[in-house]
Design a protein around this ligand. Structure first.
Ligand SMILES: Cc1cc2nc3c(=O)[nH]c(=O)nc-3n(C[C@H](O)[C@H](O)[C@H](O)COP(=O)(O)OP(=O)(O)OC[C@H]3O[C@@H](n4cnc5c(N)ncnc54)[C@H](O)[C@@H]3O)c2cc1C
Length: 569
């Protein structure tokens, strides 16, 4: 697969700069002689920019560490010659390098610094297209290569293994996956790394560092996934949540010259990032996976200079002072002149006693390729009657033996789009169970048995290992801690929805802008907003239009007089 991609797209992945393009870049470059064997960049280094080869050649090498043999070898990806340039998405993001650059034949390179590189991709349309396409394709090829300096060892059936795999996959990090239940050398591997079964899953990072069942914060640290950022600065805009709403706000705000910081507690893409195929998003007639949409949006935001930190969870918004401050679970504190709340909503769970026990090892909230692989050839149940349930059913029916949809309602007409209902009805291996709910879950290490009950009938026990919950959402607003007005379900009220009572502390002569909360300069977009349409397009739309109100608020906030909001201006 990797070889195919390399062949098909080689020219786009490794385009040569023309003399005219080179001349435009030269003003940003420092020239440097190279010697054979010289390492220009090591895996794990924070890149200071990219190299353009002007004489001689440079090897691009990917680590192929093999925990079975404890060797750390390199595989040759390409040899850069005159006119070629190095770099991939981590270069632009300023995060740790995934490849090694070694001079093969002595010559010279031009070095473009990170700030200059970012300026070029922002301002030079032709070079921007050429480089962004090359960077994105190079990362895709790395993901498909199966090579990495990161190895995950764990049971494929354990919830924590899935959590780690999801974090790496959703953050587009290549990794080697060893399923301890199926790898013939599993026992020897565990002994070699002194790992007890209760330590699993483990992640072996660069240089053999072993992380036992790491939380995602430690994992992000070990991977160097977040670029270096100066947390003492006051940003123009802080966006909490990098789902469709947050990423759209980031793209528009950064492209309009604002200094933007985005944080997400898990990975870019939000709920949309977990969707296997989105078919109703404008411009993608054959559908697009949530991961691809999120990857493109993130690259776009970063091209314009937005900074993203993942595995950063906002735990408190301080809105009494201005600039505002947001406290993070890792102890960091960010300050910003305006805030966009784009923290989305979370799926509701089952009202069954032991549901938490099976999260990730039988109970799932997303139906992506990862989950589909685990359920291949087996029966699965999907709880819920909305569009995401319908999409999951159609998708899983492609690889699972049988898909059971369980809904409390008498039919799907009120909750699901007609096109999905038609596909479900036309599918031979999907059965809809109306007026039905899960009443029992059972199993030891993993989910083994599910009981569901249809109104007026006896409970039906099923041998079934996978249940997908697609049962509606609750807002991620706990971190707002009474700062902004919320509706009865905890969603953030904005603009016209705000009552005089909600605005008792409002400090400006004007009314709140559309999408502005009860605190001037704090906005909400996407699923987290009261009465929002729970769709990607509307989240993207809200995220992007928020930015014009952010501009206006940045103009009138410093002029406002209320000590309530402006205390620290
Ligand atoms: C499986 C599935 C399939 C779907 N399919 C479709 C579809 O085909 N078409 C469609 O239009 N819609 C679809 N949807 C709905 C759509 O994905 C959502 O409406 C959309 O993602 C909402 O975007 P958002 O940015 O508002 O919130 P989210 O996507 O929920 O993103 C919120 C982000 O905020 C982060 N976050 C939460 N709390 C914090 C915190 N305290 N600190 C930092 N970060 C935080 C989360 O990690 C998350 O990344 C689907 C949803 C799912 C789950």
């Amino acid at each position: 697969m990797a070889t195919d991609l390399l062949q098909q797209r080689r020219e786009q992945m490794f385009p040569k700069l023309t003399p005219t393009q080179l001349a435009r870049l030269e003003e940003h470059c420092a020239r440097r002689e190279t010697t054979a064997g010289e390492i220009l960049l090591s895996v794990g280094d924070t890149p200071r920019g990219l190299f353009i080869v002007t004489a001689g050649s440079v090897e691009v090498l990917m680590p192929t560490s093999d925990v079975h043999t404890e060797t750390c070898a390199y595989s040759l990806v390409n040899v850069l010659t005159t006119g070629d340039f190095s770099g991939e998405m981590s270069t632009l993001r300023g995060t740790r390098a995934l490849v090694r650059l070694r001079v093969r034949e002595p010559g010279a390179v031009l070095e473009v610094g990170l700030d200059d590189l970012r300026r070029v991709v922002r301002n030079d349309a032709e070079l921007s297209e050429l480089m962004m396409r090359a960077f994105i394709l190079r990362r895709m090829s790395m993901l498909q290569s199966g090579f990495s300096e990161v190895t995950v060892l764990g049971s494929g059936e354990a919830g924590d293994t899935l959590r780690i795999r999801q974090f790496l996959t959703r953050n587009a990090r290549p990794y080697v996956d060893i399923d301890i239940d199926h790898d013939p050398d599993a026992r020897a591997l565990l002994e070699r790394f002194h790992i007890r079964p209760e330590d699993l899953p483990v992640v072996v990072c660069r240089a053999g560092e072993v992380f036992k069942n790491p939380d995602i914060g430690s994992l992000a640290e070990c991977l160097g996934i977040n670029g270096q950022a100066d947390d003492s600065v006051v940003h123009d805009l802080i966006i909490i949540g990098a789902g469709p709403a947050g990423l759209a706000a980031a793209v528009y705000a950064a492209s309009e010259g604002l200094d933007v910081r985005v944080v997400d507690s898990f990975a870019p893409g939000g709920q949309a990032g977990t969707s296997s195929r989105i078919e109703n998003y404008l411009g993608f007639p054959t559908g697009i996976s949530g991961a691809a949409l999120a990857g493109r949006a993130l690259s776009q935001a970063q091209k314009f200079g937005a900074q993203l930190s993942v595995a950063w969870q906002a735990v408190r918004l301080h809105c009494d002072d201005w600039p505002f401050a947001v406290e993070m679970s890792n102890g960091s504190r960010l300050r910003g002149r305006a805030i966009v709340i784009a923290s989305g909503a979370q799926y509701r769970t089952l009202e069954v006693a032991n549901v938490e026990r099976f999260l990730g090892s039988g109970i799932y909230y997303a139906a992506t390729h990862l989950e589909a692989e685990m359920c291949a050839g087996e029966d699965v149940a999907i709880v819920g009657g909305g569009n995401s349930a319908g999409q999951a059913a159609v998708f899983l029916a492609g690889s699972c033996r049988h898909v059971h949809i369980l809904v409390r309602a008498p039919d799907l007409a009120e909750s699901m789009s007609a096109y999905l209902i038609n596909r479900i009805e036309g599918s031979h291996n999907i059965t809809l169970h109306t007026r039905t709910q899960v009443t029992e879950l059972d199993g030891t290490n993993r989910l083994e048995r599910v009981v569901w009950t249809t109104a007026g009938a006896a409970p039906v026990p099923q041998v079934l290992h996978h249940v997908f919950l697609m049962t509606g959402a609750s807002p991620n607003t706990r971190w707002l801690a009474g700062c902004v007005a919320l509706d009865d379900h905890g969603f953030v009220k904005t603009g016209p929805e705000l009552t005089p009572g909600d605005l008792a502390g409002w400090s400006l002569p004007r009314s709140p802008y559309l999408l502005e909360t009860s605190i001037p300069g704090v906005f909400a977009a996407g699923d987290v907003r009261a009465d929002s349409v729970k769709r990607i397009a509307s989240a993207v739309g809200e995220g992007s239009i928020t930015v014009q109100f952010v501009h206006r608020a940045l103009r009138d906030l410093p002029a406002a007089a209320s000590p309530n909001v402006i205390a620290a201006a």
